[in-house]
Write a protein that binds this ligand. Sequence first.
Ligand code: SAH
Length: 283
Amino acid sequence: MIVNLSTTKKILKEFNIKLKKRLGQHFLIDANVLSKIINIAKILSDDNILEIGGGIGTLTESLSKKAKTVVCVEYDKKLVSVLKELFKDTNNVIIIQADALNYSFNPLISKFSLNKMVSNPPYNIAATLIFNMLNKYPKIENYIVMVQEEIAKRLTAKPRDKNYSAISAKIFFISQIKSCFKVSRNSFLPSPEVDSRVIEIKRKKFSYENIDKEKLFKLIDISFRHRRKKLVNSILSEKDWKLSKIQTENIIEEITGNRNVRAEELEQEDYIKLYKAFFKNYK
Ligand code: SAH
């Protein structure tokens, strides 16, 4: 098993790996956390798992023992060569070198019938990466991911929470998120500055007919663009906005009862109503 301090140190030394902070390289060294993740993921023998950010294969190793296939994507070329060496005799592990944020996963998803993502993704891209995967790749329905506490809070925040942001509003429309358990920063080498959390996300179908999901998401992004400002001002700052200030304010007031409301005060359903009102008469 890779997952312990001494084996991790041994691999780092043997392959002469210099850790890169900018790639969020914090490797799991806590066997208890690993087995909890594997349990929550309920991996079946016909599951085909996508793992993003393989590191030195700590999670990959355990996943490969239960799943049919594990496709492990890693950006760092040095780590890719280490992973290829470590898993050269494990025939259900496929290692791919790619930047997961700028990669089209469709060919991999079809080729290996990927259905689940289990991952400890790099911290700096985790929120965007998870959202993009959910939004773009409907075939992957279940996600068990370990993210920084702050990111977990941001993904699960409700309207008016201090962490409620565009991503919280958008992700609600395409998934259900469950917070599973907290992971101490000491469970990693090197230990990061904050604790982490394992969350489980189930994709759900976007259920509003006659609404262009991408256009709705754009409206939400625009609404949150200036967090401290009134919603009307964020919306008016959009260069292509066709309505006047008064028209925009009237619609906001009609829906929320308050023309001075801010983006973080709106319920998700309010965004649907705003969308309908804004795009009904004026294209
Ligand atoms: N899953 C391993 C490693 C987690 S660290 C473990 O739990 O121990 C995150 C990993 O993501 C690092 O190996 C880092 O090199 C990799 N990574 C960073 N940016 C990436 C990107 N854009 N695409 C894919 N992998 C990336």
